[in-house]
Design a protein around this ligand. Structure first.
Ligand code: BGC
Length: 765
């Protein structure tokens, strides 16, 4: 017996070495044998069906709120569709309802094919399509904590709670670098920096899936990293429009988080809906088959985004019709087609295989990847998963405490003139602004519904900003001033209440102006002007005219430009999208019961025509040159990446490096001391940046290479060591190889810097 098992194991190991790259997920011989056996038992039609994913609405009876058995019999029983996604009518359901849905689908699937259906859900900041679940701040806010423990807690809890919805697969983590604040999905990302994104996404992936990607247990689920790749930098700023990215940046910055998560064992990936450098990503064989599957020897599942093979012909004009688009997509490396309302792909795939336009080998490989994931998440052993009633930690105190702590560590203090904060408990506080009394705007999109509307139906037990402040302080009043139209478009506002807010301000000691955006998601969140709405600017100006001090609270999915009104505020707090516990966290922070400890994970712009990331090319910023002509190009931002204050002050000293001369083989250890020089305890995210002073490609001005959080009592000092493998200082050169070039580097932490010298050129693939 032992021998028989050893032989496939050996073959597997050899196969893994074929491409010269070790397998991203080590193969499990027993599991692979089961996949092979199941594949052999499937007909062409059954294999084709496994490659298709449909939205639940197609097989749902909305009138009776249950699966439409007849439709399910047709879609799964006749076409053998392998996967269903989404919630009925786009509304979060409770655990029991999901359990009924999944049971009904599996009953048909097991009877018709003997292969379970894999149900997938969009859960992106907790189990966000499941009523009663534990929601964390959205990724953009969580990134501000510079604390991967929160990404890990979120992943662990969202997986557990998703299992309570009888579901083994979530479309998370989102790993689009948020490098263009105009983009409507900026907030779904971990911010603009590739390193921060990598650390957080990897922590989340490992927590979602548990320790063994081949055997995901009944408390964990399969993750789906998305959207592969460079989705977040559309040239127009509008969702699902093309990006233009230098090939070197693509590899160095955009590929990096995907590579790390693939190597951490992520089981699936969703493809970027749009195009990169002229090629729709769904047709990009080099990126999908080449970089991801072959390049990393990764055997996971590639799923399209929503109807995106259709986009190859009806939007991008690279295919003549649907059949042609399927041919292109599957040959580029797509394994599952999310074709929400149409089963015709099942038939078209069969035709393409018969015509030799998709090879039998490609079909089998795609089908194996689908089956492999189904085996890996345990669906063949138990298509429903653990009884949801036994998952009794659902939304328990421990989970809630972790989400609350995450919210506390995510809100960023950007200004505190004259130490106006913390506020006195007896201060007369006027809360105003359209975000002051709204759970919808605290949560943002993908929260109970796609666009985040109808949040109130699910969030009664949580506190809005006004409710949380009213519970914490003794004298709080709310007058909206400007209101959103929750029954209309997200940008619609009613400014008729401005004079009432101003009148109320006269009898207040301080104004807490809660401004920003209402919730939105994806393409409906597109807009034409990044400036904060005219109504809200008007509200702040009118309030400022009263002479009362203003604390501005920004509750928004992307940094809306506020340069005109920022000088009118004494204090500014950016809470971004802190979710259900965000109001309570803000109240604690404003009262000084907790200290601010977050920093911006993106650059906050000041002007609409000056959108930068902190790692711009050195030549992008130029002071005035001497002589007759002025060639200046000034980087002027509202708040740089990494900005964030606290109620205490920190002093950095004694930055040292273990090796002033180094080569690619070295591990660089940077040691420095941080001291709390203020009067209250605090936690400081310490960020370490490097600058390559001269390189054969124009270098970035600086890059984040390491970070940690340092907790200090008043007067306390701690020595901190951050380790950076020297190879991390490399860049991708014109030949698409990694290069670490000899020469000087500057490494900085806060106001300190140290010089070091690379003594030898090195390059690698
Ligand atoms: C989004 C994805 C999402 C998918 C399924 C698409 O429109 O771009 O992020 O996972 O829908 O709901």
């Amino acid at each position: 017996m032992k021998k028989i098992l050893l032989i496939p194991a050996l073959l597997m190991a050899l196969a893994a070495c074929k491409s010269g790259v070790p397998a991203a997920i080590e193969k499990d011989a027993e599991l692979e044998a089961k996949v092979e056996k199941t594949l052999k038992g499937l007909s062409l039609e059954q294999k084709a069906g496994q490659l298709v994913q449909i939205t639940l609405d197609v097989v749902y009876d909305h009138k009776n709120a249950c699966v439409n058995k007849e439709r399910a019999e047709e879609v799964i029983g006749k076409y053998y569709v392998g996967s269903i996604l989404n919630v009925p009518g786009n509304f979060a359901q409770d655990r029991q309802k999901f359990n009924e849905i999944v049971k009904d689908l599996q009953e048909v699937s097991m009877r018709a094919i003997g292969v379970p259906c894999v149900y997938g859900l969009d859960m992106i900041h907790g189990a966000s399509y499941l009523a009663g679940s534990t929601l964390f701040p959205q990724e953009i806010a969580l990134a501000s904590s510079f604390n991967p423990a929160h990404a890990s807690n979120m992943g662990e809890i969202m997986a557990y709670e998703t299992r309570a919805a009888s579901t083994p697969w979530i479309f998370s983590p989102v790993m689009d670098l948020g490098r263009d604040p105009r983009w409507s999905r900026h907030w779904e990302s971990w911010g603009e920096d590739p390193y921060l994104q990598t650390v957080m996404a990897e922590a989340e992936t490992r927590a979602i899936q548990g320790d063994d990607p081949n055997h995901v247990d009944e408390y964990h689920v399969a993750a789906c990293m998305k959207h592969y790749m460079a989705y977040g930098v559309p040239v127009t700023g509008k969702d699902r429009t093309p990006a233009v990215v230098t090939p070197t940046d693509l590899k160095e910055k955009f590929f990096r988080p995907f590579k790390a998560c693939a190597q951490a064992g992520v089981l699936s990936v969703m493809v970027n809906s749009a195009a990169v450098n002229g090629v729709p990503t769904h047709a990009n064989k080099e990126l999908v088959e080449g970089w991801l599957k072959e390049g990393l020897n990764w055997d996971g599942l590639v799923v399209t985004d929503w109807a995106d093979l259709d986009n190859l012909f009806n939007r991008d004009h690279v295919a003549v019709d649907k059949k042609d688009a399927i041919r292109i997509g599957i040959n580029a490396g797509i394994d599952m087609i999310m074709d929400p309302y149409d089963v015709s792909a099942c038939t078209l795939i069969c035709e393409l295989v018969k015509e030799g336009k998709i090879s039998q080998a490609r079909l089998d490989d795609a089908c194996k990847r689908v089956l492999r994931m189904k085996y890996r998440v345990g669906l063949f052993d138990n298509p429903i998963g653990k009884d949801y009633k036994e998952l009794d930690k659902f939304a328990c105190d421990e989970f809630v405490a972790k989400a609350r702590q995450a919210a506390l560590e995510s809100e960023v203090l950007l200004k505190n003139e004259g130490s106006i904060l913390p506020l006195n408990k007896n201060a007369r506080i006027l809360v105003t602004g359209p975000n002051g009394n709204s759970m919808r705007s605290l949560n943002g999109g993908w929260s109970y519904t796609w666009q985040g509307q109808f949040n109130e139906r699910y969030t009664e037990q949580y506190n809005t900003i006004y409710e949380a402040l009213a519970a914490k302080f003794n004298n709080v009043k709310y007058v909206a001033g400007v209101k959103y139209n929750d029954n209309g478009n997200w940008w619609e506002e009613d400014a008729s209440g401005i004079s009432a807010a101003v009148a109320a301000a006269y009898s207040a000691d301080v104004i807490v102006a809660c401004i920003g955006e209402n919730s939105y998601c994806e393409t409906p969140g597109n807009m034409d002007d990044l400036t904060l709405s005219a109504n809200q600017r008007q509200l702040v100006k009118a309030l400022a005219a009263t002479g009362k001090p203003i604390v501005m609270v920004l509750n928004e999915g992307r940094p809306r430009i506020i340069s005109e009104i920022e000088p009118l505020a004494k204090a500014v707090v950016d809470v971004m999208l802190p979710s259900n516990y965000g109001g309570d966290a803000l109240a604690e922070l404003l009262a000084g019961d907790a200290n601010f400890s977050a920093k911006l994970p993106f650059t906050y712009p000041k002007y609409v025509h000056s959108l930068h990331t902190y790692d711009y090319k050195v030549c992008e910023h130029r002071e005035t040159m001497e002589g007759a002509y002025n060639y200046d190009a000034i980087m002027d931002v509202q708040w740089p990446f990494g900005s964030g204050l606290s109620y205490t002050t920190y002093e950095y000293s004694d930055l040292k490096v273990n090796k002033a001369d180094f080569t690619a083989k070295d591990n660089l250890e940077f040691t420095f001391t941080v001291k709390n020089t203020g009067k209250v305890a605090g936690t400081e995210p310490a960020l370490l940046f490097s600058s390559d002073l001269v390189a054969s490609l124009i270098p970035d001005v600086k890059r984040l290479r390491a970070f940690t959080r340092v907790s200090l009592q008043p007067g306390e000092s701690k020595e901190v060591t951050l380790t950076v493998p020297a190879k991390e200082l490399a860049f991708v050169g014109q030949d698409m190889k990694w290069h670490l070039e000899a020469g000087e580097f500057r490494v900085s932490v806060a106001n300190l810097s140290v010089m070091l010298n690379c003594t030898k050129d090195a390059e690698w693939e």
